[in-house]
Ligand binder design. Structure first.
Ligand SMILES: C[C@H](O)[C@H](O)[C@H]1CNC2=NC(N)=NC(=O)C2=N1
Length: 105
């Protein structure tokens, strides 16, 4: 098993310090308050480019006010360093667009 296939512990995930993200069962989840569909589509496109580069793909939900993202490593059934790395890239794309994490339910 390679390091990128090791399922991370809750402590590992906490240590990664992912401000926008929450660990939920065997996934990482985040919602970004894009505010309109065009901004959401731009964020989705940037996420898609990073996912293709990494060959690691999130689940995305694009709605008018926000983009919801779920990350997990399907091949091992849990959160790995691949998810942490992509989560950091996704948070960077949101920051580049001036988009904050969504708050509340
Ligand atoms: C064959 C290809 O490398 C695999 O299907 C990749 C593609 N993207 C992936 N994305 C995610 N989230 N998990 C995977 O296990 C995965 N595997």
């Amino acid at each position: 098993m390679t390091d990128s296939q090791r399922i991370l512990t809750p402590a590992d995930i906490h240590e990664a310090g992912l401000a926008d993200w929450a660990a939920q069962d065997a996934t990482l989840v985040a919602r970004f308050a894009t505010g309109d569909f065009a901004t959401g589509l731009e964020l989705v496109n940037r996420i898609g480019a990073s996912a293709e580069d990494a060959n690691h793909h999130p689940d995305l939900t694009l709605t008018y006010p926000e983009v919801a993202v779920t990350l997990t490593s399907h091949d091992v059934g849990g959160v790995t360093s691949r998810d942490i790395d992509l989560a950091q890239l996704i948070s960077g794309h949101a920051a580049d667009l001036g988009v904050d994490a969504a708050s509340g339910e």
